[in-house]
Design a protein around this ligand. Structure first.
Ligand SMILES: Nc1nc2c(ncn2[C@@H]2O[C@H](COP(=O)(O)OP(=O)(O)O)[C@@H](O)[C@H]2O)c(=O)[nH]1
Ligand SMILES: [Mg+2]
Length: 201
């Protein structure tokens, strides 16, 4: 799909602050610093639609972005950053869960995992919730450029096993090389039911 517009809509912490549910939504979730902002920016060909940061754990809000007046991208707060105070961390689960279980326009969640790490409890919990609410997960292994081809293949296998998933259902991605971008767009467009007659650029 050709990106004609990509605009920040608003930030929210609770359902009363969400924008009206008028368009199909795709949410993005992952550990702090995993590369979530970079992935969204790569998908929409913008350098700084979503702020990237070398200081993890800053985003504590749910951020909504309008793409082409066709899809809403939702940047969920990153989880699992140890330096964030416990009081703040405790709010993340309920905040994310109330979004996931109550948003009628939500079509799927892109779950982003660093290809160099083995998924831990937070990722398993998130995938468990998605399964429970029958929300489709698009699982992406990011920062693939950081590993050699052999190591990437090894991790791909290893992570698939840890998640109990088929290897072919995990998309390898790099914001640096843009590898995997088209595959993620295909998965998204299938979920939001937009015809992809145009070339993805
Ligand atoms: N080499 C490499 N670095 C990445 C990639 N994606 C993100 N990063 C870097 O990882 C750090 C965190 O990225 P960011 O997108 O802000 O992560 P977020 O906290 O999940 O939103 C930044 O320094 C990015 O430049 C990638 O695919 N490859
Ligand atoms: Mg971010």
């Amino acid at each position: 799909m050709i990106i004609k517009s990509a605009e920040f809509v608003k930030s929210a912490t609770m359902p009363s602050e969400y924008p009206p549910p008028l368009l199909a939504e795709i949410a993005f979730a992952g550990r702090s610093n995993v590369g979530k902002s970079s992935l969204i920016n790569t998908l929409v060909n913008r350098k700084r639609l979503v702020k990237t940061s070398s200081t993890p754990g800053r985003t504590r809000l749910i951020n909504f972005f309008d793409i082409n007046r066709q899809i809403i991208f939702v940047d969920l707060p990153g989880f699992g950053y140890a330096k964030v105070p416990v009081s703040v961390r405790k709010k993340w689960g309920p905040m994310i869960e109330s979004y996931l279980c109550g948003r009628e326009t939500l079509r799927g969640v892109v779950v982003i995992i660093d290809i160099r790490r083995i998924p831990r409890q937070e990722e398993l919990d998130l995938l468990g919730w998605l399964g429970h609410y029958a929300i489709t997960a698009i699982v992406v292994l990011t920062k693939a450029d950081k590993l050699s081809k052999n190591k990437a293949t090894h991790q791909h296998n290893h992570i698939a096993r840890a998640l109990g998933m088929d290897q072919k259902d995990l998309i390898l991605f790099s914001a640096k090389s843009r590898r995997g971008r088209d595959a993620i767009w295909q998965a998204i467009l299938t979920l939001v039911d937009i015809q992809n007659n145009e070339v993805i650029r």
